[in-house]
Design a protein around this ligand. Structure first.
Ligand code: KIV
Length: 273
């Protein structure tokens, strides 16, 4: 068992994450969308499991995160929660379930909490979602913010390039980060922004800042599971470190299985009744 899980076997809460930031211990976060993977990741000692709306891409094969529904997120999140003993489980509010008004945002968050057993929700945006953040928090639901490259706005951005490189957008991002902290978010994700900007936000905020493509001077890191395991091959941004090449490994295993069947090698005597 890795040092982190062995040394701190207690359940991870939002308070534990705050303590980790305070004592400068890095936070490890990874996505998961199903029971079997979540079980492995939790046992390995992951601090936070994000049931990301990236499920829309990696599980359902959509081009963007826009199409995934609240019911689909609830399906993925409840499977993940059933597997978890230690990690904090956060679930993305999908596109179209919180931008309309604060009541819609609250009822979407309540459905996630009641129907999945997750520990909090994440939503994208800054000042424009601050009222919804406060309303969701008033029901006792922890909220994680998400700034920078916010994939639900891909049709507005038009491209997945690094965000906040220009002064005006960088200034707005810093402003939004403070607004989210004041509204009560317990943490924020910064996606694909310059490392110096992420470092500044991390220094200025008291709450934990988790980066993806935001450099190392943040309080923690998050990646998409299928990207870091090398299951997805077509997606290779600079920030992605691949820890395995599962596409190749799985392909090899499946080819061997097909060959064994065709060559009458499977099943053998010992594999029958
Ligand atoms: O949906 C997701 O996987 C995410 C992470 C990339 C932060 O939001």
């Amino acid at each position: 068992m890795p040092a982190t899980a062995k040394d701190s076997p207690k359940r991870i809460t939002t308070h534990v994450l705050q303590e980790m930031k305070n004592r400068k211990e890095k936070i490890a976060m990874l996505t998961a969308y199903d029971y079997s993977m979540a079980k492995i990741i939790d046992r390995a000692g992951m601090d936070v499991i994000l049931v990301g709306d990236s499920a829309s891409n990696v599980m359902a094969g959509h081009e963007t995160t826009v199409p995934i529904t609240l019911n689909e997120m609830i399906y993925h999140a409840s499977a993940v929660v059933r597997a978890i003993k230690r990690a904090l489980v956060i679930v993305d509010l999908p596109f179209g379930t919180y931008q309309g008004n604060t009541i819609e945002a609250l009822s979407s968050a309540i459905r996630i909490m009641k129907e999945t057993g997750a520990h909090g929700i994440k939503l994208e945006g800054g000042e424009e979602v601050a009222e919804s953040v406060s309303r969701i928090l008033s029901a006792g639901i922890p909220v994680m913010g998400h700034l920078g490259l916010t994939p639900q706005s891909i049709h507005k951005f038009g491209t997945y390039v690094v965000r906040a490189q220009e002064e005006k957008e960088a200034k707005k991002l810093v402003h939004d980060a403070h607004i989210l902290e004041e509204a009560g978010c317990f943490a924020i994700v910064l996606e694909k922004i310059p490392a110096t900007l992420a470092a500044r936000v991390t220094k200025e905020l008291k709450i934990p800042v988790i980066g993806i493509g935001a450099g190392k001077k943040v309080d923690g890191q998050v990646l998409v599971l299928h990207d870091m395991l090398g299951i997805t091959q077509e997606f290779s941004p600079r920030f992605l470190r691949r820890y395995h090449n599962l596409d190749q490994e799985i392909t090899k295993a499946v080819i061997n299985y097909i060959d064994d069947i065709k060559n009458l090698d499977f099943p053998n005597e010992k594999e029958q009744y």
